[in-house]
Ligand binder design. Structure first.
Ligand SMILES: [Zn+2]
Length: 74
């Protein structure tokens, strides 16, 4: 079964990725990614950028780890 663009009807075999900012009601934002039709640029889907999320998670875990280490040495 073919995946078709809801706007132009083209068969979707590739998508264009572009970075977007995903803002929550609490004011926090995450780096997201929009997937668009290669032919007409209509946005097909938006999600959280998995690579950015992984990087942010590693950084936050390391910051918490450093805090714990600093607490132990005092
Ligand atoms: Zn399209």
């Amino acid at each position: 079964m073919l995946a078709l663009c809801p706007k132009c009807g083209a068969s979707v075999t590739q998508v264009q990725m572009s970075e977007v900012e995903a803002k929550s009601a609490q004011g926090k934002s995450l780096r997201g990614v929009a997937y668009s039709c290669m032919r007409c640029s209509a946005v097909i889907s938006v999600g959280i950028d998995p690579m950015a999320l992984k990087g942010d998670m590693v950084r936050e875990v390391m910051e918490e780890f450093k805090k714990l280490q600093d607490g132990k040495t005092k």
